[in-house]
Ligand binder design. Structure first.
Ligand code: NAD
Ligand code: 2YJ
Ligand code: MG
Length: 260
C-alpha cells in the first residue's frame, strides 16, 4: 500500500480549498453540506483526538499536523496527543476525546468512543469521491469510467451500482475486474481501444497519468483520490477538466461523518 509522503501534504489547505470551489460548482453544495446529506447527520462539537503512531515505517512528518489543519479548517474541535501509540490512546481518552483518529502503514481508522462506530479511510474515501460525481448537476449522464478497482475503488463501485450507473471499469490487474464482474454482472470491462468518452471519471490507483486523452471531453469531471496525479496538467487545461484531487482531506472528513 502506498504511504503518504510529507511532500504530498505540503499544500493540503490550498488543495482542499480548490476542491471546495470545484465541488460547489459541480454540486451546488459546500463539502460539509454534501457530507451532511450523504450521512444524514450533523457534526455536533464532538472532540477528536489524533494519535501519532510510530509502528512499522514510523511517523510521517506532517501527517498528524495535516489532520489537525483539515479538522480545524472545518471548525472541528480537535487535538494531537503529545504522546504516541498506546500512551497516546490513553492520553486521548483522559482528555475526553469522543472520536480518535490514527493510522499505521495499512489502516487509517476513526473510532467513535461514545457510540462505538468505526470507519476506514479507504471506504470513506471511495464514498465521498463517488458521491461528488453522483451529486453533480449533470444528472442525465449515467455512464461512469472507473480506473482502479482496489480498496478505494470497490466501495465507489458499490455506490455507483446503488445509483444505477452504467459502470465501465479498467484495472491493470484483470483478476480485480473479473472478481467485481462476478459480483455485479452488469459492469462492463473497459479497454482503451473502445474509444468511448466520458463526462464522469473516478480514478483510484497509485500510478501516474492513468487517464488517457481518448476518454476525455470538454468539461469531464474527474474525481480522483489516487496519488500521484491521474491526469496531466496539459490534459486538465486542454479539456477544462473539473478535477477533484487532494491527498487526505475529503477522505478524513468522510470518515468522521460516517461515525457521528
Ligand atoms: P489498492 O492497492 O487497494 O488499489 C489500487 C488499484 O489500482 C489496484 O487494483 C491496482 O491493480 C490498480 N492499478 C495500479 N496501477 C494501475 C494503472 N496504471 N492502471 C489501472 N489500474 C492500476 O489501493 P487503494 O487503497 O485503493 O488506493 C488507491 C490510491 O488512492 C493510492 O494511491 C492511495 O494512496 C490513494 N488514496 C488516497 C486517499 C485520499 O484521501 N486522497 C485516500 C486513500 C487512498
Ligand atoms: O502517525 C503517523 O504519522 C503514521 N503512522 C501515519 C501513517 C499513514 N498511513 C498511510 O499513509 C497508509 N497508506 C495507510 C492509510 C491509507 C489511506 N491512504
Ligand atoms: Mg482524501
Amino acid at each position: 500500500m502506498t504511504r503518504l509522503t510529507p511532500e504530498d501534504l505540503i499544500n493540503i489547505q490550498e488543495d482542499i480549498h480548490i476542491c471546495e470551489q470545484i465541488i460547489y460548482e459541480i454540486t451546488d453544495r459546500k463539502i460539509i453540506q454534501l457530507l451532511e446529506n450523504i450521512y444524514n447527520i450533523k457534526y455536533n462539537g464532538e472532540k477528536i483526538g489524533i494519535i501519532p503512531i510510530t509502528s512499522g515505517n514510523g511517523l510521517i512528518d506532517n501527517f498528524s499536523e495535516s489532520l489537525l489543519k483539515i479538522l480545524r479548517m472545518f471548525n472541528m474541535d480537535s487535538f494531537i496527543t503529545k504522546r504516541v501509540d498506546v500512551s497516546g490512546y490513553y492520553e486521548a481518552i483522559k482528555k475526553n476525546a469522543d472520536i480518535i483518529l490514527m493510522a499505521d502503514d495499512s489502516t487509517f481508522l476513526a473510532y467513535n468512543l461514545k457510540n462505538m462506530k468505526i470507519s476506514n479511510n479507504q471506504i470513506a474515501t471511495g464514498k465521498i469521491y463517488s458521491e461528488i460525481l453522483i451529486n453533480s448537476k449533470n444528472l442525465n449522464d449515467k455512464d461512469i469510467l472507473i480506473i482502479g478497482a482496489g480498496n478505494v475503488g470497490k466501495p465507489a463501485i458499490e455506490n455507483f451500482i446503488k445509483y444505477n450507473y452504467n459502470i465501465y471499469i479498467y484495472d491493470l490487474d484483470e483478476s480485480k475486474i473479473d472478481d467485481i464482474i462476478k459480483k455485479f454482472p452488469t459492469i462492463i470491462k473497459y479497454n482503451f481501444n473502445q474509444n468511448k468518452k466520458f463526462s464522469k471519471i473516478f480514478e483510484a490507483t497509485p500510478s501516474e497519468n492513468t487517464i488517457p486523452e481518448s476518454v476525455l471531453i470538454n468539461g469531464t469531471i474527474v474525481s480522483t483520490p489516487g496519488i500521484p496525479r491521474a491526469l496531466s496538467k496539459t490534459l486538465e487545461t486542454k479539456y477544462n477538466i473539473k478535477l477533484i484531487m487532494e491527498p487526505l482531506g475529503l477522505g478524513t472528513l468522510s470518515m468522521i461523518y460516517e461515525i457521528l
